[in-house]
Design a protein around this ligand. Structure first.
Ligand code: UDP
Ligand code: MG
Length: 328
């Protein structure tokens, strides 16, 4: 058994979350104070267009354990998360959503599991309340397709809600890839990991910030950055079509020898269209990878910070990004 951690950081990305910030604050404060470990909460405003930022700055001025970081624009959930993790300084770090779908009351249980010797404790949903059928179906199929295609055992039905200790976090932050699927990257690093099962409640307030389009993008990023399978699929398609063409040629030649002539126009059109279609699909798949190589090659920073209210509590190091201002 490890003794309890000396300090704990909570990292929470927020995008247009003004409706939940007050509830988030009170629930977090209550459950963290009950644990009796010094804590900091890092709230990353991912370019919100509502009053989230003003509320976060206000929160910081009332309670300096709450640190607010504002990104220069909306970079997306996984980037906001990365920014928060970069700035965290606790011995263990917990990643949560702002909407209280990841109950802060579970942090104590996560720390217990960590004391048993695990580096990563991830929340696993045994039940999802109040999420649309299509969202649940999408999540259900995604986890199963991902495992099939990548042969990589991603624990099913997990979100980003999890606890990592310093060792796991340092490993995770060493992965600076542009197309980030953080829960997959956490599995990839290895180290002892375990699940904490929980029933996922509804969003406390506000509406989802993950419309189908964003979920689909994350799913494609996940598949393409963890697997060659789509490229293999292209080769497989090539082999199958070539085999088919070969058989077809043999049959046509035999028919010709037997004196049966095959009028060509329709079958010619069909095969040209089929082959053209397949080639374009395959080009598209290759393009997905080439595009990613291009973006990775540009080597841009993953996010830019506009302002920071507060400094990381436990190490006293100022790791604010260049150009970051204190809010006026
Ligand atoms: N989020 C973000 N940037 C975005 C979209 C979402 O930081 O562009 C945050 C959001 O504020 C929330 C978390 O990501 O804390 C998860 O979003 P949400 O709860 O809307 O997703 P859902 O639970 O519906 O999948
Ligand atoms: Mg949510």
């Amino acid at each position: 058994m490890r003794s309890p951690p000396q300090s704990i950081s909570i990292v929470i990305p927020c995008f247009n979350e003004e409706a939940v910030i007050p509830i988030l604050h009170s629930r977090l404060k209550e459950s963290l104070e009950a644990i009796r470990i010094p804590f900091e909460v890092i709230l990353v405003d991912d370019g919100s267009r509502d009053h989230s930022w003003e509320m976060l700055v206000q929160l910081h001025s009332e309670d300096p354990r709450f640190i607010a970081i504002k990104l220069s624009r909306n970079f997306g959930h996984q980037f906001a998360l990365t920014c928060g993790l970069d700035h965290s300084s606790g011995e263990v770090v917990v990643i949560m959503d702002a909407d209280l779908q990841d109950p802060p009351e579970l942090i104590g249980d996560m720390i217990k599991k960590w004391s048993e010797g695990f580096d990563v404790v991830y929340g696993q949903r045994i039940e999802r309340q109040g999420e649309s059928l299509s969202k649940r179906l999408f999540a259900f199929s995604f986890y199963r397709i991902f495992q099939r295609l990548t042969g990589f055992a991603l624990p099913r039905d997990t979100g980003d809600f999890r606890l990592l200790d310093r060792r796991a976090l340092v490993a995770l932050l060493a992965l600076r890839e542009r197309h980030r699927f953080i829960r997959g990257m956490v599995s990839w690093i290895g180290f002892p990991q375990t699940a904490l099962q929980y029933a996922r409640p509804q969003r406390a307030a506000g509406v989802t910030k993950y419309p189908f389009r964003k979920s689909l993008k994350l799913a494609i990023d996940a598949l393409v950055s963890f697997s060659w399978a789509p490229l293999r699929l292209a080769s497989l398609l090539g082999v199958v079509i070539s085999a088919f063409a070969f058989v077809y040629i043999v049959v046509v030649v035999l028919l010709k020898i037997m004196g049966i002539n095959f009028p060509g126009y329709t079958s010619l059109m069909a095969s040209i269209l089929l082959l053209g279609g397949v080639q374009l699909i395959v080009l598209g798949i290759i393009g997905e990878y080439v595009g990613r190589i291009f973006e990775q090659g540009q080597n841009r920073p993953l996010y830019l910070v506009d302002s920071i209210a507060g400094t990381p509590s436990f190490q006293g190091t100022d790791r604010s990004a260049p150009g970051a201002r204190q809010p006026s």
